[in-house]
Design a protein around this ligand. Sequence first.
Ligand code: 173
Length: 323
Amino acid sequence: MTIRTRIVATAVGLVLALPLVAGAQETTLKVVSAFPESSLYVKRLETWIAKVNEEGKGVLRLNFIGGPKAVPTFEVGNAVRTGVVEMAMSTGAFYTNVFPESDALKLTRMPVAEQRTNGVFDYVNRVWNQKGNMQYLARIVEHQTFHVYLNKKIDKPDLTGLKIRVTPVYRDFFTSLGATVMQTAPAEVYTALERGVVDGYGWPIGGIFDLNWHEKTKYRVDPGFYDAEVSLLMNLDTWKKLSQTQRDFLTKQTRALEAQNDFWKSYTIEETKRQQQAGIEVIKFEGAAAQQYLDKAYEAGWAGILKVSPEHGPKMRELFSKK
Ligand code: 173
């Protein structure tokens, strides 16, 4: 062995040994996304994870496993509840199979920053702790209304005779408008549209380009309703096992991400423009018709929550509606 190869061998040995040394204090948490990897939600998550890992050396490491190919969209909630994964990005509509109150977050009428100070966030976290064995870390998408997207024209708020792709978010409202509904994960929407299995779908104002749905979309219905929610969740046992330093670090990082939510306001403007440029026509209900449409959306949404949760539904309705 020459001196040079010995130096190289020593250097390689040191590099290999480093993760073991760091591993003494550092905890690695598996993270999955219930949304497809091509979505902007995941791109922003990955950017944030890279920053967390850079700043968290020796404290905490997030290991992004992937999207629905790793854990199917509607199984992510149970994976977090049982600790199969430690952390996830999902939305309440995807884990109503864990506890049905999860879908109520779409009905909040105030920004999450306000929910943090007026007790709403704490109430939500207590329910998530008790019923989902989850720590509700941060809401990282808001300021995004949901819309009906269609391939067939309507001239009044009536979806009779149309088959629409839904998740629990839209089920009660679209059904009340006369639609026949079919539930799919986001990853199945394109194929459903392409095969003509559905005449339209529900989705927020932003994101339809991420999976090429614009190719199969002719109309958007305005106004938008509710407020899209995407959040970071952690298995509660994992949360409790973290050291104070690790919890403080993670809290700082998740809060910093949540504090960027004004991004979604500008994204709304960009995506609205992009849809227009893509030739998507807007079917717009205005004045009293728009108000009726929105009232119906919230009525149907709350009726659904109250039905499944006599325990928390009424309190959530009161808290979420506070202006
Ligand atoms: O899949 C969905 O349409 C859905 O429920 C949802 C929820 C939040 C953000 C984006 C989509």
